[in-house]
Design a protein around this ligand. Structure first.
Ligand code: DGL
Length: 263
């Protein structure tokens, strides 16, 4: 009967919550968005590790049975270090996306886009090579995508120019699979699709993360047994109103009850 805990630096992790709700509609969820301290994508490893530990401790106070790190930066930079500190199962977004990409590629060339922190950590590249050392990985940091998505600039001349610029090395390398390695990028899917053409498979980790969470809960016998209405709780560290407005874009429905907390 315990909830699933999810955290992200802000609102983007709601793309993962959306998938969790779709695939595990009965489960209760506690979401924590560290909006006062975002972005994580530009911060140092030490800082992202510290923030991630604090976020996990907050979720543990809510007696969560599993923690899902919906933030790619935190999953790449902090998860490998902090996983062993906790007994609760922790699922990051990197491994599920990597597995999907490795099975999707036909020409063994995968593109990865993410924040500066994610790309500098080389987490995707390392895990892809662990599964198949012959795969070529072309990675590009796309730091302007997060603010553009948060401003709602999902199409138009400006975002198209920015995307063209960022994606050029991946197109030039003829990658046939592209990992959208950041919470915000699934919202840019239509735009990225037009630039990369239909031959390129876009990997959105959110779906695979929910598959992984379901697999663990099923395997561990931790799925919610009582089929009462799922309770969803949302906590943020800064302005709940800003979060509620943006949330609709990521979650597909408006959020009313968002609480502000300190960690
Ligand atoms: N949630 C972050 C990620 O997926 C993007 C936003 C940020 O930089 O905090 O990497």
């Amino acid at each position: 009967m315990q909830p699933i805990g999810v955290f992200d630096s802000g609102v983007g992790g709601l793309t993962v919550v959306r998938e969790l709700i779709r695939q595990l509609p009965d489960e209760d969820i506690v979401y924590f968005g560290d909006t006062a301290r975002l972005p994580y994508g530009t911060k140092s490893k030490e800082t992202v590790i510290r923030f991630s530990i604090e976020n996990i401790l907050f979720l543990l106070k809510h007696k969560v049975k599993l923690i899902c790190i919906a933030c790619n930066t935190s999953s790449s930079v902090a998860l490998p270090t902090i996983k062993s500190y906790f007994k609760v199962p922790i699922v990051g977004v990197i491994a599920p996306g990597v597995r999907e990409a490795v099975s999707a590629t036909r020409n063994k060339c995968i593109g990865v886009i993410g924040t500066k922190g994610t790309i500098q950590s080389r987490a995707y590249e390392i895990q892809i090579r662990q599964l198949d050392p012959k795969i070529k990985v072309v990675s590009c940091a796309c730091p302007l995508f997060v603010p553009l998505v948060e401003e709602g600039w999902l199409k138009g001349e400006v975002v198209l120019k920015v995307a063209k610029n960022y994606l050029k090395p991946i197109k030039d390398a003829r990658a046939d699979t592209l990992i959208l390695g950041c919470t915000h990028y699934p919202l840019l899917k239509p735009l990225i699709k037009t630039l990369m053409t239909d031959r390129v498979t876009l990997i959105d980790s959110a779906k695979q993360v929910a598959v992984e969470v379901k697999k663990i809960l099923t395997h561990e016998g931790m799925l919610k047994r009582k089929k009462n209405k799922a309770k969803l709780k949302f906590y943020v560290t800064d302005n709940p109103n800003w979060f509620s407005v943006l949330a609709e874009r990521f979650l597909g429905k408006p959020l009313k009850d968002v609480r502000r907390v300190n960690v």
